[in-house]
Design a binder for this molecule. Structure first.
Ligand SMILES: [Cu+2]
Length: 137
């Protein structure tokens, strides 16, 4: 349903014919009962691939290990609480706007709930070469 909802925001700029075609593509006129399909992007699904490290991956957890954030770039829907876990023996933190974690020792976690869309870069202030980003959609 997400794609239908998003498409409907553009209806004002489309011709009636295109709008009708769009409605048909969404499964019928709005008055008809609509059965929600299975979620297209279950949030509990683990990040599919370590091979896609360049592209932000959907995730709600970031692991800190070997002096790196993993995944380094994540994408989450607004309202998501992201949790960082430090698995290194070295202490790390999450520093950037609006992220200000305390120093995390091994095994400690820190969470932040993202309410506004945008891209948020951060570093570990103890090891500034450690970088990460969160894209909120
Ligand atoms: Cu660090």
């Amino acid at each position: 349903m997400r794609s239908c909802a998003r498409t409907s925001t553009y209806l004002g700029t489309l011709s009636a014919a295109v709008a009708l075609a769009t409605l048909a593509a969404c499964g019928g006129p709005p008055a008809a009962p609509v059965v929600a399909p299975p979620a297209e992007h279950p949030m509990s699904m683990p990040a599919p691939a370590a091979t896609a490290a360049v592209q932000p991956v959907a995730a709600s957890t970031v692991t800190i290990a070997n002096f790196a954030f993993s995944p380094a770039a994540v994408t989450v829907p607004a309202g998501t609480t992201l949790t960082w876990t430090n698995n290194d023996s070295a202490p790390h933190d999450i520093s950037g706007e609006p992220l200000h974690s305390p120093t995390l020792s091994r095994g400690q976690t820190w969470s932040y709930t993202f309410s506004k869309a945008g891209t948020y870069g951060y570093i570990c202030s103890i090891h500034p070469n450690m970088t990460g980003s969160v894209t909120v959609t």
